[in-house]
Ligand binder design. Structure first.
Ligand code: SAH
Ligand code: SF4
Ligand code: F3S
Length: 473
């Protein structure tokens, strides 16, 4: 019987994309996907280190695996992702979780299959010796099969050349993530990513276009181009707007990209937003803070005024474009006045949506050693005030779609009701609508399934807290 794997992914789209590659490599090795970690022979945890709660959730998941490991010694646990690039984390694993079988870094996931093979080999030899040893010395403990192992660790501090052509097992058949660059050179003072993902490297346009060509042949309609800072993409003569124009010529219906750093948004990008209709009505443009003093301490390299001008220019270039953002509250030294500047900026820009985060010190980053940490209760109080404004502008943004007809790319049936289907507008808003299938077929029948991955028109009839509700036209 084929071995089964289960991958748990934390963190951003980069990690999701990496997990798809790992799933592809495991498929090639003959593994099949399990629905639950309990049913798997191999569990992979792809970790994130961007905030402390990601770390905590990881250790929680790891704890749950220990009991499975104790029951089934041939059950394998592999760790990868951003946490594994940090020495302090690897030390912790060696000390407190020696039963973890293998660890692989972010720069060498292409070595996952080889490392897994070595792990299996090591475990089998050891398992033989261990059991013989146990049986010889403690006949009464024959059933005690679990013993302290050492973890095979394959992690590099620096990235080698980009490895192309790795397999992929996609989450969706109609949409896909495509990496255009790796790493980050910006060193925002709060952020761990430059330490876990290394320096910026851009893929060659021909490799990116070849990947997209294969995806469209396979039925993909929408891609999201991924990079920590897509605007600093450069390969030969091709910059990011140039790449977007090339991608625009493919058979894709929709193009998204993330993340854009405001400091690098060029007039060329704004021209692409104006002139290339396949580029979606959505841009994610993290502002982080509205106070110039804090922006400077964050090393963001733009001012609030520049950000506001950018947002204005983007909205002028494309009617109905939605701007989403990331905001951190409680950065070290943030005064009430600084925070009010963030609120003011939000009131002015009126974000269509925003991810709001409470500052979390990351060991090894400059901001973690700033002396003027903000007390938790102040951070939470500010966070709540910010969320209030964001909810207001978000709702306002959704209300604008009420009564209009939208193109929706259908993702699938909703989790709670098989007759309700869900999809996204070009502006990335979630739209739910009723679909009973055709000609009396059950909604799970072939024809109904057909709607998944299709572009449909939906009239928006209701605006709810987290989604829009509409009627299929
Ligand atoms: N490369 C992207 C974002 C990567 S991390 C960019 O530059 O926009 C995603 C978001 O997490 C960031 O935009 C930031 O808002 C948040 N974040 C990063 N480090 C954080 C920290 N130490 N505490 C709280 N939020 C953080
Ligand atoms: Fe982190 Fe800044 Fe790089 Fe984004 S641009 S990944 S926030 S260092
Ligand atoms: Fe997390 Fe690494 Fe992404 S730290 S947010 S998984 S780049």
């Amino acid at each position: 019987m084929a071995k089964k794997y289960f991958i748990k992914t934390f963190g951003c789209q980069m990690n999701e994309r990496d997990s798809e590659t790992i799933a592809g490599m495991l498929s090639d090795m003959g593994y099949e996907e399990a629905d639950r970690k309990e049913d798997a022979d191999l569990v992979v945890i792809n970790t994130c280190s961007v905030r402390d709660n990601a770390d905590k959730r990881f250790f929680g998941t790891l704890g749950q695996l220990k009991s499975i490991k104790e029951r089934r010694p041939d059950f394998l646990v592999a760790l990868c992702g951003c946490m594994m690039q940090q020495e302090r984390v690897r030390k912790d694993i060696e000390r407190k979780y020696p039963w973890v079988d293998m660890v692989i870094g972010t720069h060498n996931i292409h070595q996952f299959p080889a490392t897994l093979e070595r792990t299996v080999e090591k475990n089998s030899e050891e398992a033989c010796e261990r059991e013989k040893d146990t049986a010889d010395r403690f006949p009464e403990k024959q059933n005690h099969r679990y013993k302290k192992d050492h973890t095979l660790m394959e992690v590099y501090d620096e990235a080698g050349p980009i490895v192309e052509g790795l397999p992929q097992k996609r989450l969706y058949r109609h949409k896909a993530f495509v990496n255009i660059m790796y790493g980050c050179d910006n060193f925002c003072t709060y952020c761990i990513v430059p330490y876990t993902r290394g320096r910026e490297r851009s893929r060659k346009p021909e490799d990116i276009l070849e990947e997209i060509r294969r995806l469209t042949e396979d039925g993909v309609k929408e891609v999201t181009l991924l990079g920590q800072n897509v605007n600093s993409y450069r390969s030969g003569d091709t910059d990011f707007p140039g790449l977007l124009r090339k991608v625009h010529e493919t058979d894709l219906a929709r193009i998204r990209f993330m993340t854009s750093h405001p400091k690098d948004v060029s007039p060329g990008l704004i021209e692409v937003i104006r002139g290339c209709p396949k580029v979606c009505d959505q841009i994610h443009l993290p502002v982080q803070a509205g106070s110039d003093r804090i922006l400077e301490r964050m090393n963001r390299k733009y001012t609030a005024a520049r950000y506001k001008r950018l947002a204005e220019d983007i909205r002028k270039a494309r009617e109905g474009v939605c701007i989403s953002t990331d905001i951190i509250v409680g950065f070290p030294g943030e005064t009430e006045e600084d925070f009010k500047a963030t609120l003011d900026l939000c009131r002015e820009v009126r974000f269509d949506s925003a991810f709001t985060f409470i500052y979390s010190p990351r060991p090894g980053t400059p901001a973690a050693s700033y002396g003027d940490m903000i007390p938790d209760e102040v951070k939470h109080e500010r966070f709540n005030r910010l969320v209030e404004i964001i909810n207001e502008t978000q709702r306002e943004s959704s209300m604008r779609l009420l009564g209009t007809d939208c193109e929706v790319l259908v993702d699938g049936p909703s989790k709670t009701d098989p007759h309700v289907y869900t999809g996204r507008t070009s502006s990335f808003k979630v739209v739910d609508f009723r679909w009973e299938g055709q000609k009396g077929l059950s909604p799970r029948g072939d024809e109904a399934e057909d709607i998944v991955g299709r572009m449909v028109r939906v009239r928006i009839t209701q605006c709810r807290t987290f989604n829009l509700w509409g009627e299929l036209l």
